[in-house]
Design a binder for this molecule. Sequence first.
Ligand code: HEC
Length: 160
Amino acid sequence: MFLKLNHKFLHGCKLNLFAIGLYLILSLNNQTHANISLMPDNSETITYGKDIYLQECASCHGKNLAGQANWRERDDKGYMPAPPHDKNGHTWHHSDHNLFLMTKYGIEKIIGKKYPNNMPAYEDMLSDYEIIAVLSYIKSTWPSYIQIQHDQINTRSNPE
Ligand code: HEC
C-alpha cells in the first residue's frame, strides 16, 4: 500500500516536472517574441534597416517599396508577386509581432497552413535585431497617419 502510494506520488511529481518544463519552454518562447516593437523613430536603427532593406528585400519589394508589377494578381506560375511595403500595400495592416514572424519564419507560419509562396524566411539570414531594424525602416517611410493607424493595430493586437 505504502509502495503503491509512493509510486503514484513519484509519478505525479514527474508529470508536474514535465508540465513545469513545458510551461517554461512555452513562456520563454513567447517571451522572445512578445516584446517585438518596431522603432521607426530611432534614426540609428532605421539607417541600419535601410541598408538591410536594399540588400535583402528591394530585389522583390522594390527599391522604393512599390512592390512588383501587378502585385494583386497571381503570376503565370500561380504565385502572388511581392506586394508593396508603402502605404498602398497591406504590410501596415499587420501588427509588429506578425510582421516580425512573417519575415523570420515565412508567411505559412502566420496563416498556420501550407501556402506555397515566394517570400523567403529570414530565420537563418538575419538576426532578430536586423529583422526589427528592416521593418522599422519600412514603417519609418509611411506617412504619419498610416503610422498612427499601425500603432492602433498594435494596441488592439496586444492589449495590456
Ligand atoms: C524573392 C523575393 C522576395 C524577397 C527577397 C523578399 N520578399 Fe517579402 N514577399 C515576397 C512575396 C512574393 C510576398 C507575398 C507572398 C504571398 O502573399 O503569397 C512577400 C510578402 C512579404 C510580407 C507580407 C506582406 C503583407 O502585406 O502580407 C512581408 C512583411 C515581407 N514580405 C517582408 C519582407 C522583408 C522584410 C524582406 C527583406 C528582409 C523581404 N520581404 C524580402 C517576396 C520577397
